[in-house]
Design a protein around this ligand. Sequence first.
Ligand code: C2R
Length: 181
Amino acid sequence: MSSSEGSSGPAVLILAGSPSDLDLALDCQETLEELGIPSTIRILSAHRTPDATVEAVKNAEKDGYRVLIALAGLAAHLAGVAAAHTLLPVIGVPLAVGALNGVDALLASAQMPPGTPVATVGLNGARNAALLAARILATAQPELREALARRAERDRARYEPEAIRSEIESRREARRKSRGE
Ligand code: C2R
């Protein structure tokens, strides 16, 4: 599943361990799209489709990808296995699923042995993974750096006193309505 309309430059390969993870993979892709970064989503599992996973990761660099993002829940080995088969930076997104609600995935993704790094973001941190990938790419792309700066500026604008006043007003109104006033 590719997304490259209106964009150029190095791309991100998004790996997800199961079709069940697609919503968060799409959150990740949408965030990249907002910054004009082309990406591809591939559903691959180090456990269930080990050969195809290794093949995709080994080919990623020559296929033009510059950063890998791997989303997985439970015993999340996908990011680690990816990092073992490429020198591209790998960002792991542990997913909050299953009996342990993501603690298993978080530890499996973060606690990599020395020599095989995975930059692990928070549980379900698909959008932050995209932003981290963007920051990595931006070190060599000034226009992407500009886009990130504009985005950070928009985030800061939400904290302006005028924005807060109008937020308070609209929340007050919503609360009055929900009480039927
Ligand atoms: P199903 O819902 O398909 O049973 O998957 C997936 O990321 C998913 O969150 C349950 C969970 O298993 C995870 N999974 C991994 C890997 N492959 C699948 N952690 C892997 O290779 O690490």
